[in-house]
Unconditional design. Structure first.
Length: 315
């Protein structure tokens, strides 16, 4: 499956790279022209597309209904309450889990931004085609690897010699937090890398050549020419990586659940679901709503400050 996914990816990349797109101006807000659909188009939207979208949103709708209902043991939910939110907001385990998730996501996002910018720049500007393809394969392969496989591999690797009892060993006195950050970085870096790489393809190399012809070094050109032009792409990639990291589940419920005080919020949710707590399902749903609202709030604030439009991806 991994080989098939990478083969499809490289095929698409090869096709896209047949053309080059250059950005001639810096930024500005894009205001698209809107064309109202005709009667047939409107019928297709409301009778076909809208029901499909509603069906795909059913899990999120169910989570919200469960979080606000007293119980849901029959065909329909019973009652309306905010008690579940009051309980989780005063629960020390939930507060610690939320704090851990945000802390891990912030650290991972900072590392992801640096690594993604570096790998995307080398892949987009290197003249060695083989190097570009190898770098693309390395930076994109985590998308095709299941999170549980990465988590299991990390546990096996870092609990064995020569990493045993080091700060990378999740079973050591240091706990698994650093390994969780590392796993978040590996799992979510492809999203930021692809966004930044797409931005680099829109920035013509002539800008960099002009700066270096005037005496600027490669590093100064990157800092004063490339990064300002890629500002929105970098921020978009970092935002996407952060949102996905906060909601990371596979690594969180395996590696992150080893030490109670270092559990991310999703691992705490799993404890509520499987721990036999009273109203555990409703409390876990309330935590899921808290994660979704946090993600939407981050995207909304970014939209307000940047005056740009981003899709609510990964919610």
């Amino acid at each position: 499956m991994l080989a098939l996914a990478l083969a499809i990816f490289f095929g698409i990349k090869k096709y896209v790279s047949l053309r080059q797109y250059a950005m001639l101006s810096r930024g500005g807000r894009w205001i698209p022209r809107v064309r109202k659909p005709k009667l047939v188009g409107s019928l297709i939207i409301y009778l076909v597309v809208f029901p499909v979208m509603l069906f795909t949103a059913m899990p999120q709708i169910g989570v919200f209904i469960t979080a606000f209902s007293v119980r849901w043991s029959r065909a329909y939910p019973e009652g309306f309450t905010l008690e579940h939110f009051a309980n989780i907001l005063t629960n020390s385990d939930v507060i610690t889990g939320l704090s851990n998730s945000l802390r891990y996501a912030v650290i991972a996002t900072a590392i992801i931004t640096v690594l993604s910018l570096s790998s995307a720049y080398v892949a987009a500007r290197s003249r060695l085609q083989t190097l570009n393809e190898v770098l693309d394969m390395i930076s994109t392969s985590p998308l095709a690897i299941p999170g549980l496989a990465i988590a299991s591999g990390y546990i096996i690797l870092f609990t064995s010699w020569p990493f045993k009892d080091t700060f990378l060993d999740p079973l050591s006195i240091y706990g698994p937090w650093l390994l969780v950050v590392l796993a978040y970085t590996v799992r979510r870096s492809p999203f930021a890398t692809r966004v930044i790489y797409a931005g680099l393809q829109q920035v013509h190399v002539a800008y960099e050549e002009a700066a270096m012809n005037l005496g600027a070094s490669r590093l100064r050109t990157l800092a004063t020419v490339v990064i300002p032009l890629l500002g929105l792409n970098i921020l978009s990639g970092a935002l996407l990586a952060f949102v996905y990291s906060v909601a990371e589940t596979s690594v969180s419920v395996t590696v992150g659940a080893i030490v109670a005080g270092q559990k991310p919020l999703t691992a705490v949710m799993m404890d509520f679901l499987t721990g036999g707590r009273l109203a555990g399902l409703q409390l876990a749903a309330a935590m899921a709503v808290l994660i979704v609202v946090t993600q939407l709030l981050i995207i909304f604030v970014t939209n307000v400050f940047l005056k740009q439009r981003y899709a609510f991806i990964g919610v």
